[in-house]
Design a binder for this molecule. Sequence first.
Ligand code: SOE
Length: 375
Amino acid sequence: MTKPLNVAVIGTGFIGRVHVRSARLAGAQVVGVAASTPERSAAAAAELKVPKGYASGIDATRDPDVDVIHICTPNAYHMEVAQAALEAGKHVVCEKPLATSLSDARALADLARQKGLVATVPFINRFHPMVREARARVQSDATGRIYLIQGSYLQDWLLEPGDTNWRVDAAAGGASRAFADIGSHLCDLLEWITGERFVSLIAVLGRPIEQRASAQGRAAFQAGGNSPIDKVVDTEDYACVLARTQSGVFASLTVSQISAGRKNRLWFEIDGAHQSVIFDSESADELWVGRRDGTTLYMRDPNQYSQEQRRLNILPPGHTQGWGDAFAAFVADTYAAIRGEKHEGLPTFEDGARSMSIVDAVLRSAKSNTWTDIE
Ligand code: SOE
């Protein structure tokens, strides 16, 4: 029986708590947490029943008992904490976007490689069983040559001017908000499933809500309060992107955090010469497959279809699996990699840096209003 991994989680907001839950489900001991102040760290440790509340995230990287650091802070702090953790010989799970600049993201990927440490990024939509089935069908050429890609990722938690969060402020979240926050998931998924690489794009960034309430510690998805609407916003509410791959396939992508009624809906359609496949995270246990002579709706099943689809089943058919299960599967595969067990499709800091190269191109294209190469 191998000793459980000791992990520390830095950042105790919505996603930090998802990391704590997922780490425990994967058999780790969460030995400490860090919040924005020592007092908040102590309160979060007590609430989450964790032994230690660190004075800071950097403090956690210095704890000799810790094997893995999970970074769930505002994006602007990822670089500092991830660098300290890697330098201290810790494996790292860092939330996306990996960093707020392409150069920092690449530096972290280089450092993790040099240190020979496991360093992953939660592109967790790869871990829905029916996404694995979609990828298996594309990779086995059942779909045939890819002709067209469409995708969207729509939310509505920032629909009102009173809705806000540190992600809205470029100083805390980075120059791109909606696209870097959730468009990153969509692009990672489409490149991973298809094996295509986006090489150029043209992007439009929109911001219908020019002023919002001040963030002041408002958590993600926390409904707006009654603070004054007096903070000028410097990041986008939505992004519309047309991207071209190295083999000339075009993808039309829409990313929005102001789409009423869409709570957290990632959707894609990949149209091939023989078949099309559609995945919709609002029906995550299904995969729609279209043919010229008819369509089929496949349901998640531990006893059928591709090996990777079967592997990620934790419940019998009909007992719906969802976002939380995909997140837990990502953390479990990260810990398996730390134990030396390689599973397919683990998103690493290399993928986090790749994601930032697309975000960087989106920002440059929106500014120049031209087709822009992805570096
Ligand atoms: C907020 O948009 C958010 O928590 C993202 O940051 C996550 O990556 C996404 O999985 C859910 O929504």
